[in-house]
Write a protein that binds this ligand. Sequence first.
Ligand SMILES: NC(=O)c1ccc[n+]([C@@H]2O[C@H](COP(=O)([O-])OP(=O)(O)OC[C@H]3O[C@@H](n4cnc5c(N)ncnc54)[C@H](OP(=O)(O)O)[C@@H]3O)[C@@H](O)[C@H]2O)c1
Length: 323
Amino acid sequence: MQTTELGRTGRIVSVAGLGCGGSSRVGLGRGLAPSECARLVRLAIDNGVTLLDTAEAYGTEAIVGAAIEGIDPDHLTISTKSRYRDGSGVFPAERIVANLHASLRELKRESVDVFHVHAVRPADYAYVMDEIAPALEAQKAAGTIRHIGITETPPNDPRQVMMTRAVHDPVWEVVMLAFHLMHQLPRRLVFPTTQQNGVGTLIMFAVRSIFSRPERLRGAMDELAAKGAIAATFAESSDPLGALVEEAGAKSLTEFAYRYARHEAGADVVLFGTGDPAHVRQNIAAINAPPLPPATLEVIEGLFGHLTGVGLDLPDHMQRAPR
Ligand SMILES: NC(=O)c1ccc[n+]([C@@H]2O[C@H](COP(=O)([O-])OP(=O)(O)OC[C@H]3O[C@@H](n4cnc5c(N)ncnc54)[C@H](OP(=O)(O)O)[C@@H]3O)[C@@H](O)[C@H]2O)c1
């Protein structure tokens, strides 16, 4: 497993991080029992993963807690999150602090390595900065949080308005953002600043649905071709990226997409979400594989570099309840 430094946190982490949310939620999303989910988490750790990302909202903190029991806390970097709002409005800071303490109990830890404010919308950013960030700094001083982070909400903020602001505020030591081969905005908007300011980056949506469910990719290609955003030939193909994947020597589109995200300058850790043990092994191998050939990267930038808002879907269980 290759490792990297997570920005100015100084933590050395695996370049492949296990995402315990998304549609899969380490198997909960496909009906696995919590004990089977914990085995999947343990499989990732046994294969070299040292960064795990969970959240109160995913219902997987206790699974992570069970999987990491007995492992030296210094060996792992555990990232979790609290929501800061629901349909009726924003939460007072005390509620986020209460959530942090609930997370500590679920994880069976005395401190959280990276604690994020979850899915922050642009319109709420000032509230999060003014009300929540100071409360998290106080928790950091008290030792219950090691590093403070913030995550964006790609389906609600496809142009990364919140993240583009957040990367300039020093309170956030780690950020979580979407980046993939048809969503290249962070190369211009985010990575130059995170690299300059030493902000650690956790990449989500590297594969998501668009690069794991062939019908989603075909649907997106049809839509983009109809708008004239990509060549019409993409809409006519049953395997629109097949030729590119083959030319690059990748075994699958998911491998291709993880390798693409992993080697972007400024991308520290690529999170992968899955409920399938075979995918755990495949994805770790993909994220540790060499970069795609330079000629392929050039083609991807030329074809898709101008796109916005592609492949940024809500997870299955939230499709009818967007936040
Ligand atoms: N706002 C936020 O803070 C936020 C939002 C979204 C995500 N996240 C974090 O980011 C993590 C990563 O996002 P994500 O879960 O969407 O992960 P992802 O790795 O981009 O995509 C995962 C999807 O691809 C499938 N997949 C994975 N490996 C595969 C393979 N080798 N072959 C075929 N299909 C494969 C998975 O299904 P299988 O179960 O079948 O493998 C799953 O449906 C989340 O788990 C969560 O921790 C945070």
